[in-house]
Structure formats: C-alpha cells, structure tokens
Write a protein that binds this ligand. Structure first.
Ligand code: 5AD
Length: 524
C-alpha cells in the first residue's frame, strides 16, 4: 500500500483535520511516511487566513513539483483545506503538477479520491462542494496504540464554519456557515478517546462559543436528559431564530419530560422556567436556545466534564461575545475546565472594533477578563491582535497598546493585517503601508513579550500541576507537559511520567517555557 505525508499549515483545526485524514488513510492500509522524500502521496493542508500562509504552501508545492515529482513522477500531490477551498481549480491551472484539490467539507473523501488517482481511473480531482453533515466527519484519531508516544491529549472538532463575518476574515468563505455536531456524537468520540488513555481534550471549532446555536431546546433536553434536573424547557428562539423577550413568556412551557438523576453539576441551581438567554455580560439577550440559562456550549462542557477518567478540558477558539455569565460560571463550577482562555481581542480601539464587526467594546472585553479572573484568579489569558487594519490611526494603535498594558496578557499572537479576497476590509479606504504595519507590529510585540516575561518570571518558586505529554522534541532527556493555565513546562524525567498529572516546582524560565523539578517534592 502507498505511504502518505501530510504537511499542515495554520491553526489547530487544520492540525485536527490532518490527523483525521491521516487516520482515515491508515485505516485503508496506507502507511505514514516519515518524510516527504519517501512518500507516495504528499498532501499540503493549507491556511488562507493571511497571504503569507498561502504563499508558503504554494512555494512548497512548487518545490515538491520541481524536485520530488521530477525524480518520482508517480508521486501524487494534493492541496487540501482552506486554500484548496478558496482557490479550487485555479490551483491546478497555476500548478499543473497538482493532482488533488480537496475542500474543507471533503476531508472524508480523501481515501476514495486518492484511490481513483492512484489506480489511474481519474487523472485530477477538484472537489470543493458543500456537503451536508460534513461537520460530523472529522472524527478519526491517530492515538498511536500502545506505542511509546501514545497520545495523552486530543482535539475534538465540535463544529465547523463561522457566521461572524468579521470584516478582515476569510474564514466564513473557506469554512462555510456554522454547523455543529450533536452532543451525543461528540460525547461518544470523547468517551472513546478517554477509554484509549487520553487525559485532556480540547474542544475545537472556528467559534466554539457559537456551538449548537441552531439546536432547539427540546433537542438539547433530549440529549442531556441524564445530566439535568427535571425543569421546564425554555425554547426562547422565535420562528426566525431571534429571541423576542415579549414572546418568551409564551414559550415558557413545562417540558413534561421525565428526566433522570440531577447532576451534581447542575444541582443547586434554581430550577427556572424562564430563561433570559445565555446571560450576556451587558445584560443583553442572546439569540440561542438555553436550558437553565446555559447555552448549548456550556451544556456540552458539563456533559464532557462528566466523563470518568478525563482530567482536563480546554477549548478553542471562542468569541469574546460568547463569554456570558453562564460560561464564566462554568469556569467557577467545573474543576476539569482548566484555568486558561484564549480571547481574540483584535484591537483595543472601539472605532476599529466596530469597523472590524467584532460586536464588543474595549470596556466589555475588559469586563469579561475581570469576570474570568474573579472566577479563576490564576487563569492564563492569551489573545490575537491585528495591527494595521485599514484606517488604523496612531490613536487607535495607542488604544491597543494601552489595553494590552491594562489587561496583561500571558501571551498574544500579533498579526500584521493582510488583505483577504472577498472580505469587506480589503476594499476599505486607507490601507496602511507595510512599513508602518511593521513598526506597529514590532512595538506591540515588544510590549507583549515584556509583559509575558514578567508573568513567566512570577512562576519561579511556585508549585504547578502539569499533565506530562511526552518527550521534549529538542532534548530527549526532558519530558514536556502543560500547566492548567497552558504554560509549557520541561523537566528531567522519563517515559513512565507520560500521562501523569505531576506537581513540579518551577526553577527558572526560558522564552515562553518554564523549567521545573519534581525531585524537590520527592515525586520522582
Ligand atoms: N490579517 C491578519 N490577521 C488576521 N487574522 C484573521 N484574519 C486576518 C487578516 N486578514 C488573525 C486574527 C484571528 C487569527 C486566527 O488570525 O487575529 O484571530
């Protein structure tokens, strides 16, 4: 059987998609090649979020065509993922060596299409169509059986797509509209992972806080019966999907459902018949079904939390708007939900936030961070910030600097604005010259790094809990793990520590890394 090599660009969702394609191909008999030089099939899983990511993948494919394909003409070359979706056939027109272009709703077809190409049935295949139900197809994992590098952590895709349409962002065009997997489907995958030794699960989606917006409250109640006390269902969505406060009292109907045991997690909350939505921080109501004032996403977190043997839950990426009282409260209530949050800020200027179509102000953003820090004082908070959005003035940029100073992020990804095809911002006036973007990027990065270094320094002498993930890639004498607040920690250990929750004392820090020592606690 052929061997395959998959190279991934971009985010964790892309990493997850690559893993699912690899697992699919392995289940059909493919082997995973160690390098592209020996692979029979080379797939590039692409990112479109900035131009540079696209150029990297295109250059890579040109190199593969020029070098590997020349020596081994039978090698199959393919693009998949976001750039495959947004450029489609155009990629083959530009790079005729490409045999396969697989869009973001078609990962599950990889094996079939490769079969057709390898058997000579078809020469080239481009499939970037939408596919109903495709959100539930990213489910296979490579957990490496019982081998030494058996997986301790896993990503689970809970939804696909995005309806936010931030004006700078290409994702709604590459990933399509929001589509959520059902709670039972996700739970089955999580349970299976835990039964195979996984201790930490990261729930993934383009906007995880929008999870399940389209589910009805009855559906939620049906799936979660075993987790909820017997209360009435509040289907607060109107026929058009928008919740109308005036109509809410009419939809306040008793459920009539016989529900099983009240969960210890939801017990203690008042049984209410009338919900006012998922408690937006500013008191506005949110258009989504809720049960007991909890959004579908929080219901999902609670259900995953019940899985025995699972130690930690993370999720990414959320939208700040999704941090209603229910989610903040989940941090306070659910011990497996680690104290870590990645809240993309994008800008500290209200004027730009509006132009970006972000749906919050700097004041509201700060308030959410305050709420989270009150719920979990040691929470690690990271963010994404874009510099050089069209029309960004010095004053706007100063607002971003001042908010970064005020919030004191543990780390931030600082991005240079990149014009993306079909996005409203690409045709906005006052595009910022590259040199100015560079300058702002470097100023903000310096500030972020200063704050982060100081925050990391504060860990020295502290005890932290880590989940040991495996050997350090750079030094095999060291093991690597993460704190609950998502800091990487290295320590001298060996394979028997893998998968363990350990207490370490931090000795010193490196760049975005902590170095710990279990010996001091006598736990080695
Ligand atoms: N230019 C620069 N950065 C972008 N991002 C999204 N679109 C763009 C763009 N056009 C950044 C945002 C987002 C992260 C994943 O990528 O900060 O949160």
């Amino acid at each position: 059987m052929p061997s395959v090599y998959i190279k991934t660009y971009g985010c964790q969702m892309n990493e997850r998609d690559s893993e699912a394609v690899a697992a699919q191909l392995v289940s059909k008999g493919y082997s995973l090649a160690r390098t592209e030089a020996v692979a029979d099939v080379i797939l590039l899983n692409t990112c479109s979020v900035r131009d540079m990511a696209e150029q990297k993948a295109i250059n890579k494919m040109e190199n593969l065509a020029g070098q590997i394909r020349k020596k081994r003409p039978e090698v199959v070359l393919g693009f998949m993922g976001c750039m495959a979706q947004s450029r489609g056939q155009q990629l083959i027109d530009q790079l005729p060596d490409v045999d396969l272009v697989l869009g973001t709703q078609k990962f599950h077809r990889a094996a079939d299409y490769l079969d057709e190409i390898l058997s000579g049935k078809r020469e080239r295949i481009v499939d970037v169509a939408e596919e109903k139900g495709s959100e539930a197809t990213v489910r296979d994992h490579i957990l490496r059986g019982n081998t030494a590098d058996k997986a301790v952590t896993a990503f689970v895709s809970i939804m696909q797509g995005c309806n936010q349409y931030c004006t700078f962002c290409i994702v709604p065009y590459t990933r399509g509209a929001e589509r959520s997997r059902t709670i039972p489907d996700i739970l089955a995958e999580c349970r299976e992972l835990v039964s195979r030794g996984v201790k930490e699960i990261t729930l993934l989606g383009q906007i995880v806080t929008s999870y399940g917006k389209r589910f009805s409250a009855e559906e939620l109640q049906d799936w979660l019966g075993g987790f909820l006390p017997a209360v009435s269902v509040d289907d607060t969505e109107g026929a058009n999907g928008i919740m109308h406060p005036a109509s809410m009292s009419h939809s306040n109907k008793p459920s009539g459902l016989v529900v099983g045991q009240a969960s210890s997690l939801s017990a203690g909350l008042p049984a209410r018949g009338l919900d006012s939505g998922a408690g937006c921080p500013d008191g506005r109501q949110d258009a989504r079904p809720t049960i007991q004032r909890k959004s579908a996403f929080v219901q999902l977190l609670e259900a995953v939390h019940e899985i025995d043997g699972l130690e930690r839950i993370r999720f990414t990426s959320p939208h700040p708007k999704g941090y209603g009282d229910d989610l903040v409260d989940a941090y306070a209530r659910l011990p497996k939900l680690v104290e870590s949050a990645h809240l993309p800020l994008q800008s500290g200027s209200d004027r730009l936030l509006k132009l970006m179509h972000r749906g919050y102000t700097r004041e509201r953003f700060s308030r959410i961070i305050g709420n989270l820090r009150r719920a979990r004082p040691n929470i690690g908070i990271t963010t994404d910030i874009i510099v050089g959005f069209p029309g960004e003035t010095n004053a706007d940029f100063e607002e971003t600097l001042s908010l970064a100073r005020e919030i004191q992020f543990d780390n931030a990804y600082v991005f240079k604005y990149s014009q993306r095809k079909d996005t409203p911002a690409a045709s906005m006036p006052n595009q910022i010259p590259a040199a100015l973007i560079e300058e702002r990027h470097s100023r903000l990065l310096t500030l972020i790094n200063e704050i982060a270094a100081e925050k990391y320094e504060r860990f020295v002498g502290q005890r932290v809990q880590i989940l040991v993930e495996g050997e350090s890639k750079k030094n095999s004498a060291r093991m690597t793990g993460r704190t609950r607040c998502n800091k990487i920690v290295l320590f001298e250990g060996n394979d028997r520590h893998r998968g363990q929750l350990m207490e370490l004392k931090i000795q010193h820090t490196g760049s975005f890394t902590l170095y710990g020592d279990p010996a001091i606690l006598g736990l080695d």
